[in-house]
Design a protein. Structure first.
Length: 209
């Protein structure tokens, strides 16, 4: 298996290549109910960290509802699109592994289908780090794909490119969040029709304690 840095390089290269196609294939309208539930917990003008912000689809939705976004991503092409989609947000070219912010500097955070590009041994350190960024009683919204194992396989949006993927089981992600200092509020399975066919997803809303 390739190492963490090589995985990040692979993910960044592939997202740079598929950035335009990704936007048109992303079924965000299926997910707004989960984002709305998260936002309903926050006060107006909350500061939110978007981990793996991609082309800014979620950032746009959140800033249009009166909140402040700081987004990070490892794909320059995605960040260029995000800056246009959500001009009031701030974006940084940075990985979840390397990012650093002062403790308790955000009211909430989202990681929408971004944790599925990190190897299993990095999950707990990243979740621990995110917990340190969020204020006590703040909220964290996560979306992952249900499944087991991790692998590199062809990306469905472009020929000749591969992507690193990993699946999650409910127990694994729950345990990591609770160890980091989060309380699970809601966890739901969603069946989404997208580029991959029918995809089983886990949507998790938790609170920093």
């Amino acid at each position: 298996m390739i190492n963490s840095r090589q995985i990040r390089q692979l993910v960044a290269r592939t997202y740079n290549a598929i950035s335009q196609k990704y936007v048109s294939s992303y079924p965000f309208s299926q997910y707004t109910q989960y984002v709305d539930r998260f936002l309903s917990k926050l006060k107006p003008n909350s500061r939110i960290l978007d981990l793996g912000c991609g082309p800014g689809i979620v950032a746009k939705y959140i800033t249009e509802r009166g909140h402040k976004i700081v987004g990070i991503d490892i794909s320059p092409a995605m960040l260029k699109m995000a800056s246009k989609a959500a001009p009031s947000a701030k974006f940084r070219l940075e990985s979840m592994q390397d990012v650093s912010f002062p403790k308790a500097s955000f009211d909430g955070a989202v990681a929408i289908f971004s944790l599925l590009h990190i190897p299993s041994y990095e999950l707990q350190p990243i979740v621990n780090k995110v917990r340190s960024f969020i204020k006590k009683d703040g909220y964290f919204l996560i979306a992952v794909v249900r499944g087991k194992g991790e692998h590199i396989s062809p990306d469905p949006l472009i020929k000749g490119r591969s992507m690193f993927w990993r699946g999650f089981i409910r127990y694994e992600i729950n345990e990591a969040l609770m160890k980091a200092g989060f309380k699970i509020l809601v966890i739901e399975t969603n069946y989404s029709k997208n580029t991959f066919g029918i995809e089983r997803q886990l949507w998790i809303l938790c609170q920093a304690i």
